[in-house]
Write a protein that binds this ligand. Structure first.
Ligand code: HEC
Length: 191
């Protein structure tokens, strides 16, 4: 059946409605972009996401007394995609498709006379976690976008659960996420 001109407008308006509603809700494209079953593409635009916290020299290390933290510990900066942040602030739960970013920045100190303290200098590594219970046994998967030599990677395979997931499973306060170290998330978590 031929489409009448008016039908064309209805279709076009419906389409525009979907697009603009999608961008208002931030639900346009999923934060996690996969290639095939489980290869995650390097997330883009995450520095515009919600910054949930930063730490310096924070790690679980039973032998820390024997080998004290080195001076060159990088800063850990953590972000969450905005749609997941909103859902978490309403329900206290991380929805399917949540992406958390862990970006490391080198720490710089005393590089000019009289300057005290420490600041972030260069970005040195990028890691991400994704909640996707259909794709991943254990609910969350963990990825690194930095080669051993420091070069950035454009895509990554998940680590085996023993490498990352198990520590997050044991020690993180809320569903594998270290909310105990993220004041921004604790502030919005429903009581
Ligand atoms: C021995 C414990 C431990 C292991 C193993 C571990 N992490 Fe974490 N991870 C942490 C802690 C503690 C934080 C809190 C944020 C920070 O680092 O300051 C964290 C935070 C994160 C975050 C930010 C979101 C969140 O879940 O809180 C990502 C992403 C992440 N880690 C990725 C990884 C990846 C990738 C691996 C494996 C290569 C890994 N982690 C292995 C302890 C661990």
């Amino acid at each position: 059946m031929a489409m009448r001109p008016r039908d064309g407008w209805v279709v076009l308006l419906a389409f525009m409605g979907t697009v603009s509603l999608g961008s208002v809700l931030g639900s346009g494209t999923p934060a996690a972009q996969f290639e095939g079953k489980d290869t995650l593409l390097r997330p883009v635009g995450y520095r515009e996401w919600v910054f949930v916290g930063s730490s310096l020299g924070l790690r679980y290390d039973e032998k820390a007394e024997e080998k004290p933290a080195s001076k060159s510990e990088p800063y850990h900066n953590v972000y969450i995609n905005p749609a997941a942040y909103r859902e978490f602030s309403n329900t206290g739960k991380f929805p399917e498709g949540t992406v958390m970013i862990l970006e490391l920045a080198s720490a710089e100190t005393k590089n000019e006379p009289g300057l005290q303290g420490s600041y972030q200098k260069d970005y040195v590594a990028l890691a991400a976690s994704v909640k996707d219970t259909k794709r991943f046994e254990g609910g969350w998967a963990y990825f690194s976008f930095t080669e051993k030599n420091g070069n950035p990677k454009s895509k990554a395979q998940p680590f085996p659960n023993t490498a990352c997931w198990s520590c997050h499973h044991q020690k993180a306060a809320t569903d594998h996420v270290f909310t105990q170290f993220y004041p921004v998330l604790r502030a919005v978590m429903p009581k």
